[in-house]
Design a protein around this ligand. Structure first.
Ligand code: SF4
Length: 656
């Protein structure tokens, strides 16, 4: 018997219209745990290295994690994996909500889509009965609207529906997949779904999940719930408000946006408005947010409530998560928060990434100001900031006029437009738009995370180590006093010795070796979460979370019946990390690609940055170009990967 997973994947070939329920190999769970890890293994094994993201041979994998759907709080992530049209590398994007648990209750750990449907379809998974159905009546419908229409059509109000909007249908590179109160937004996952001709997947499951040692598992779950309660009552002192609690950044809860509006850049990630926040704005923004926020909501089996139901007069109700209330507002230089809530409703129906899309629009208007794009490109565009953004959003998702070029993101748009526009696409890592954050002094830990992160989304790679030094010795002592989540006591010393100014401050402290240790810890927790299907908001993202390296092995052992200890879990992380690196290396990723935007920090230290990369690669068992060595791959049971890279001439004899 399989525990905490079903042991079956659903394989759907859209070209042939075939559907198979395929038993999986339990050895894959031992080696990769599940979720992201087993997705990566499937992508490596089954998708040729040179496949175009829009080829029928590209796979689109929807995966639960090993703990998904179990009583473990927050185990609700759907991990969606494919080759990204924007980066051309492996793309993996996650969504919370309710989809993954429902899929597991229907009897499947993953849905693997291959091929392309000749016409628009949706997939209806009702426990053992799975059908590919015509979706021509849903063409052009909004992503949220589609979820509701399908529930009604199927007469199944409890079905969970993951859908794309117009942007996905039109293969916009920033297209998202929307579901429940969440979305998988980054890396063009929705464009691949649209390319495959799939408008939506609806799922209803009513089966049970087996646990290996239920009493032990439930006790661990209760400990987590108790700790969440404790943390909610005891916020971390001396850090900014959104870092004090658990969950994804608590944007729907907090209305104090002084830090974001003054430190994040406005427009196309260029201009800081240091004096923006004042009493009048604070009151107005608070009234606006509380006025449209009907109630705070959670994902499946989580008490944190990071999202909110938003109801703006005159437009449909929708659910907002995370940071999108600010991204459009700040990109468009609109001082009124109400605009953010209004445009985010349309953007959610279209199904676009709320981080990249506003930057693409701001980029376009900057090109117009610079005379690189012309009035002819913007014929019919209103002149006010709000109107401009609504107008351009419509053009992008429809791929009309200049919108067709912009729909590929700033990097590819700049390649097509030329005339110096490349300099305006200044905020990318690996061809992908990043947070519009520009800082003063290089932070060595963040440098490494930005440069080398395969997830290509900073909000999802940072984590349990504080973002900056504490001001006083007392604050440091207070922070480390109850910090039991650390994998090693040395991290406490790193915090104790870290100062805001002077010799032991950024960029030379944390030192190169310490920075590598810290990044490794943060990455480890994210890779484990993404294999288990647990929300980062309860584990890898916040300070002092309820899940950590000490209790996770117990969850895996008692839940899945897989014999796991801390060292074993660390080894799984290293294996998954190097496998994903190898997938991307096979697609051409090299050291030269691993660099944050040039203007991310004002003060850069090229020599130090090279040392950081050298040390990080060495620590991982990779060569100077970021390619895993044959020996390191063999030590991680990835000898077959080493052989492949050797045959392709990527690993060379002299490498070690
Ligand atoms: S912490 Fe927030 S984002 Fe994560 S599962 Fe809970 S409600 Fe969802």
């Amino acid at each position: 018997m399989r525990y905490s997973e079903t042991g079956f994947n659903l394989e759907i070939d859209l070209t042939r219209g075939s559907i198979e329920r395929v038993a999986t190999d339990p050895k894959a769970t031992d080696l990769h745990v599940g979720g992201l890890g087993t997705n990566a293994q499937i992508l490596w094994d089954r998708v040729p290295a040179d496949v175009d993201p829009f080829s029928p041979d590209n796979l689109l994998i929807f995966s639960t994690g090993l703990l998904g759907g179990t009583p473990a709080p927050g185990a609700n992530r759907t991990i969606i994996t494919t080759y990204s049209p924007q980066t051309l590398l492996m793309g993996y994007s996650m969504m919370g909500g309710f989809f993954a648990p429902e899929l597991k209750y229907a009897g499947y750990d993953k849905i693997i889509l291959r091929g392309k449907s000749p016409s628009l379809v949706y997939i209806w998974i009702n426990n053992d009965k799975v059908e590919i159905r015509d979706a021509s009546h849903l063409k052009g419908k909004g992503a949220v609207e589609t979820q509701e229409l399908l529930r009604r059509e199927l007469k199944e109000p409890n079905a969970q529906v993951a859908a794309i909007g117009l942007a996905g249908e039109n293969r916009v590179f920033t297209a998202s997949i929307e579901q429940g109160r969440s979305s998988a937004s980054r890396l063009g996952i929705g464009a691949v779904m649209g390319d495959k001709g799939v408008k939506a997947i609806a799922v209803r499951g009513t089966k049970d999940i087996n646990l290996a040692r239920p009493a032990e598992f439930l006790e661990l779950c209760n400990d987590v719930l108790k700790y969440i309660k404790y943390r909610n009552e005891n916020p971390v002192p001396n850090v900014m408000t959104i870092l004090q609690g658990l969950g994804s950044p608590q944007e729907m809860l907090h209305t104090d946006e002084k830090w974001h509006t003054e430190n994040f850049m406005w427009g196309n990630a260029r201009i800081r408005r240091k004096d923006f926040w004042n009493d009048q704005i604070e009151k107005k923004w608070k009234d606006t947010q509380l006025g449209v926020r009907k109630r705070l909501i959670s994902c499946y089996n989580c008490p944190i409530k990071c999202g909110a139901i938003i109801s703006v007069p005159g437009i449909s109700t929708y659910m907002m998560k995370c940071f999108s209330k600010l991204t459009y507002t700040m990109a468009a230089f609109v001082d009124d928060l109400d605009f953010g809530f209004r445009i985010a409703q349309r953007a959610t129906e279209y199904g676009v990434d709320g981080f990249s899309t506003p930057q693409i629009m701001a980029f376009a208007f900057e090109l117009k100001e610079a005379g690189i794009l012309t009035d002819a490109d913007f014929e019919g565009c209103p002149s006010d900031n709000e109107g401009k953004f609504f107008w351009l959003l419509d053009r992008i998702v429809r791929r009309e006029g200049i919108g067709d070029i912009l729909a590929d993101g700033t990097y590819w748009a700049a390649q097509k437009i030329g005339k110096g526009s490349e300099a305006f696409a200044h905020n990318n890592i690996k061809k992908h738009e990043q947070l519009p954050l520009k800082l003063g002094m290089l932070n060595p830990v963040y440098f490494l995370m930005y440069a080398t992160g395969e997830k290509i989304n900073i909000t999802q790679i940072e984590g349990q180590f504080p973002q900056s030094a504490f001001a006083t010795q007392e604050e440091k002592e207070e922070f480390v006093s109850d910090w039991f989540q650390v994998p090693d006591e040395k991290f406490k010393q790193y915090v104790m010795d870290w100062d805001l100014r002077g010799e032991r401050s950024n960029p030379y402290y944390p030192t190169v070796d310490m920075s590598v240790d810290i990044v490794d810890w943060q990455e480890m927790m994210h890779y484990i979460d993404d294999a288990l299907g647990v929300c980062a908001g309860l584990s890898s993202f916040p300070l002092k979370p309820p899940y950590h390296i000490h209790n996770y092995p117990k969850f895996i052992s008692s839940g899945a019946g897989v014999d796991m200890d801390e060292e074993g879990l660390k080894q799984v992380y290293r294996r998954n990390r190097s496998l994903i690196r190898s997938i991307n290396v096979r697609r051409g990723l090299r050291r030269a690609d691993e660099k944050p935007p040039e203007d991310h920090w004002k003060k850069r230290f090229p020599e130090l940055e090279e040392k950081l990369l050298d040390a990080y690669y060495k620590f991982k068992g990779w060569d100077k170009d970021g390619i895993p060595t044959k020996e390191s791959l063999q030590a991680l049971d990835l000898g077959y990967v080493a052989e492949d890279l050797e045959q392709r001439g990527i690993i060379k004899d002299e490498q070690g």
